[in-house]
Ligand binder design. Structure first.
Ligand code: NAD
Ligand code: UDP
Length: 322
């Protein structure tokens, strides 16, 4: 009988899920990876296929989820995450946040496993307070185009807390702020791959609106460490994890121009509906409870990420099918 801890990771072929697979293989866990590949890519995890402590299931978690044998932990990361993706597949986005989460909470209850669900800074909507502490209830338009993602994640938090309270399931809720790094899809529409892709193709960088809206970008390794610390902690309330180094999108575009050495310019495009004007995590709780804070500066993280995108085959760099 295997002595390893067994962890189920949903959304395993995606950006964050694949980094989590690497992390828990490194921790010598038995990793059960699950993904329906709707926005993910098997190439993110194919290097793990040969390992005896790794298995992969191509499965939609919004349908019934069955796992044989014991299970110690579940990380529920399956969900489209880029605005372009969830605007294209709104119903699947609502289903994976609601039905998918329900299925995984049921599995956690059955297996007596601890479950951590991936929530998001989008639960704060277009926030009227900055930075956002966990106590802020948010400002979300439920019927706007982003509502399919924001409300699915808000429901996810509600049902997770209910399983904790009424079924004593060991739950953790992480509110992830904009994270970047290798294995993001160059054409997923998020601002960092969009700008780097445009720079690599010699195109103008598209700034939506006047570019005065802000985001705070966290490097993936920092986020993964925060997830691990929260999973191993006793803390059951929602926890922000992100990098509080806030920047306007226009300044960010200028940084990418400098980093990539392109002589392209910034060009304005219409601001998408309900695009949040400001976003920055208050990480007081993460610091105090988990002893966590980000270590990788934007300059370092962007350099690594740029090298990754540059190393992709030219055909992928030229491909722009959003
Ligand atoms: P991603 O699109 O790269 O990965 C998501 C993965 O989930 C994909 O591999 C996709 O195929 C899979 N998936 C989607 N629906 C599924 C379903 N019904 N069944 C099985 N698999 C399914 O996105 P990401 O950036 O890695 O985000 C992962 C999680 O983290 C998401 O839940 C997202 O909401 C959350 N999150 C991410 C960020 C960020 O900045 N990257 C910020 C906040 C929250
Ligand atoms: N954005 C932009 N140009 C792009 C893509 C995005 O100016 O080509 C802006 C977008 O309007 C938002 C910010 O960059 O204000 C971050 O967008 P992203 O889709 O990365 O994530 P969000 O935080 O909005 O979910």
């Amino acid at each position: 009988m295997e002595n390893r801890k067994r962890i189920l990771i949903t959304g395993a072929a995606g950006f964050l899920g694949s980094h989590l697979c690497d992390r828990y293989i490194k921790e010598d866990f038995h990793v059960i990876a699950m993904d329906n590949l709707i926005t993910g890519d098997l190439r993110n995890i194919e290097h793990l296929f040969k390992l005896e402590n790794f298995e992969f299931y191509n499965h939609d978690v919004s349908k019934y989820v069955h796992i044989s044998g014991k299970l110690d932990y579940i990380l529920h990361f399956a969900s489209p995450a880029s605005p372009i993706d969830y605007l294209k597949i709104p119903i699947q986005t609502l289903k994976v946040g609601s039905l998918g989460t329900h299925n995984l909470l049921g599995l956690a209850k059955d297996k007596k496993a601890r479950i951590l669900v991936a929530s998001t800074s989008e639960v704060y909507g277009d926030p009227s307070v900055n930075p956002q502490p966990e106590e802020y209830w948010g400002n979300v338009n439920p019927v706007g185009p982003r509502g399919v993602y924001d409300e699915a994640k808000r429901f996810q938090e509600a049902i997770t807390m209910a399983y904790h309270t009424f079924h004593q399931v060991e739950t953790r809720i992480i509110r992830i702020f904009n994270t970047y790094g290798p294995r993001m899809r160059l054409n997923d529409g998020r601002v960092l791959p969009a700008f780097i892709g445009q720079a690599l193709r010699g195109e103008e960088l598209t700034v939506f609106g006047d570019g005065s809206q802000t985001r705070s970008f966290c490097y993936v390794d920092d986020l993964i460490e925060g997830i691990h610390r929260l999973l191993m902690s006793d803390y059951t309330q929602p926890m922000n994890i992100g990098n509080p180094d806030e920047i306007t999108i226009r300044q960010f575009g200028e940084e990418i121009i400098k980093l990539t050495g392109t002589n392209q310019e910034l060009v304005s495009k219409p601001l998408p509906t309900d695009d949040p004007k400001q976003r920055r995590p208050d990480i007081t709780k993460a610091k105090a409870i988990l002893g966590w804070e980000p270590k990788v500066s934007r300059a370092e993280g962007l350099k690594i990420t740029y090298e990754y995108f540059k190393s992709l085959p030219d055909i992928e760099i030229q491909h722009k099918d959003f």
